[in-house]
Ligand binder design. Structure first.
Ligand SMILES: NC(=O)c1ccc[n+]([C@@H]2O[C@H](COP(=O)([O-])OP(=O)(O)OC[C@H]3O[C@@H](n4cnc5c(N)ncnc54)[C@H](OP(=O)(O)O)[C@@H]3O)[C@@H](O)[C@H]2O)c1
Length: 318
């Protein structure tokens, strides 16, 4: 398949590196600014440049689009790409609005094309190993999950993450990984509550979730904190600690049991290449991608509930 990249977004650099490792072809890039698009293409050895997103979508030699636009543009431009007959890998979070997610997948179905939300961490072998350990009873019964993801970004930087109109915010940017992690291991939450800090967008958000089977979860995310990431999965028999769960650049799982520690080594893989390969496999096998409509809907439902809980100052039942 031949891929086109919608914009010169920073994250495109990581995706291109992953594509190279995975042997995926990046054929074109489209930018609102031709010179910026040209410079990006030259830097990454991309053969064709389009001076608008529309022109990229009209390129008959592009089969699939990677959409790393700011959050508020994920669904509108994914729908345009699907309607132009392209398969789409859309950056996370697809949306905080359940109806928008429905609309995007309706467009994919109508066009007979594949659409997937780009939660690349789900394609890392480390993630698969954690799921295996929890599902196979490696920690006993699952009791609690604690997740974190934060970094420090100047609110005056003009970055899209601090822009309310582009649907920035800590939960949208990094907290959505914590939500994804908890849902993967504990299923869908039945009740959530949250506290947010920040005027226009949530610069920081902390949440408490309750799942079926008396499983509890807590997470914090922020754009005004010293960089932090981690996932702690607590059973009644043992605890797993993953220091780098989301990027998996330095993978490794620590199992704590009987007051001792065992380190489970995990292979370092490039998850960006793997998510591209998953879309390609879904296309060639004529099946939904691993992160399908139900998955993206569930993500959006929880994100929306967390914002509602924070805004209304009360627990929200799902
Ligand atoms: N999966 C991951 O690991 C990961 C990591 C980082 C970010 N992301 C996601 O990727 C997306 C982009 O993040 P990023 O940090 O790469 O963003 P970014 O560098 O700010 O790039 C966004 C791009 O969108 C285009 N754009 C179109 N309308 C815009 C507008 N009104 N304001 C600003 N830019 C506009 C611009 O490209 P042109 O000027 O070329 O048109 C810009 O370069 C976000 O949804 C984020 O959540 C994912």
């Amino acid at each position: 398949m031949r891929w086109g990249i919608l914009s010169t977004a920073n994250i495109g650099r990581k995706l291109i590196a992953g594509a190279r490792v995975a042997g995926v072809e990046i054929a074109a890039v489209g930018s609102r600014d031709e010179a910026r698009g040209r410079a990006f293409a030259d830097e990454h050895g991309i053969p064709r440049v389009h001076a608008s997103y529309e022109a990229l979508l009209a390129d008959g030699e592009v089969d699939a689009i990677y959409n790393p636009l700011p959050n508020s543009l994920h669904v509108p431009w994914s729908i345009k790409a699907l309607e132009a007959g392209k398969h789409v890998l859309c950056e996370k979070p697809m949306s905080r609005d359940v109806e928008q997610v429905e609309r995007a997948f309706d467009a994919a179905d109508a066009a007979g094309r594949v659409l997937m939300e780009a939660f690349m961490w789900r394609f890392h072998v480390q993630t698969a190993r954690v799921v295996e350990l929890v599902r196979d009873g490696g920690i006993g019964r699952l009791r609690h999950i604690n997740a974190r993801f934060g970094f420090n970004l100047d609110p005056g930087s003009g970055n899209v993450r601090w822009d309310e109109s582009l649907e920035g915010g800590a939960l949208m940017d990094v907290g959505c990984y914590c939500v994804s992690g908890m849902r993967l291991l504990a299923g869908e939450p039945v009740r959530v509550s949250a506290e947010r800090v920040g005027e226009r967008v949530d610069g920081r958000l902390a949440a408490v979730l309750r799942f079926e089977g008396d499983v509890t979860g807590t997470f914090d995310c922020g754009m005004d904190v010293y960089p932090r990431s981690g996932l702690e999965v607590v059973g009644d028999d043992a605890t797993l600690w993953i220091a780098d769960p989301w990027h998996g650049v330095t993978p490794g799982i620590v199992m704590q049991r009987d007051l001792g520690e065992e380190r489970i080594e995990v292979e370092a893989v490039d998850p960006y290449g793997q998510e591209l390969l998953e879309v390609e496999a879904a296309v060639s096998e004529g099946r939904p991608p691993r992160l399908d409509r139900a998955e993206s809907l569930a993500q959006a439902r929880v994100i929306a509930a967390l914002y509602r809980a924070a805004d209304e100052g009360r627990a929200v039942t799902l």
